[in-house]
Design a protein around this ligand. Sequence first.
Ligand code: PNS
Length: 161
Amino acid sequence: MKTVAIYPGSFDPITNGHLDVLRRATSMFDHVIVGIAPNAEKHPLFTTPERLALTRAAIKGIRRASVEEFDGLLVDYAQRKKAQVLVRGLRAVSDFEYEFQMALMNRKLAARVETIFLMPKDEYTFISSRLVKEVAMLGGNVSDFVPVVVQKALKAKIAAG
Ligand code: PNS
């Protein structure tokens, strides 16, 4: 049986840290779907179609990975996709509390869907979409943190005001 994993998140925007976690996941599972949640309450910088397009461009070349948007509960989406695994990246202890809470809630909702945590390479552990946006907005160089396509999109977004 094929093992399908979902790598869910806001991906606003996708970073090199996300890509590192995705690569690790694709080496473990037959297929990994990057699931983009609209997360309207987080007031994303990029619209859902923009995040989909950026993520699609960024993951080009990573075999066994695809990207989709999903609405509603993550575990319902996982079950619709016949996914057995949810993948989340863990960068630091500070991520743990929120991640632990979500993993246990998801397990309560769907006992057969397992959450696994993957750690990105140490050089990516300080990268977050939130910080990348802040640095880019204030004119900082984000080329080490995001793929070129995202760098360009951030520039365009900032220029558009
Ligand atoms: O990248 P993020 O913003 O930390 O990702 C959070 C995400 C999208 C994984 C989480 O908000 C989520 O799973 N949203 C879908 C709705 C849902 O299932 N909520 C209950 C989670 S226990």
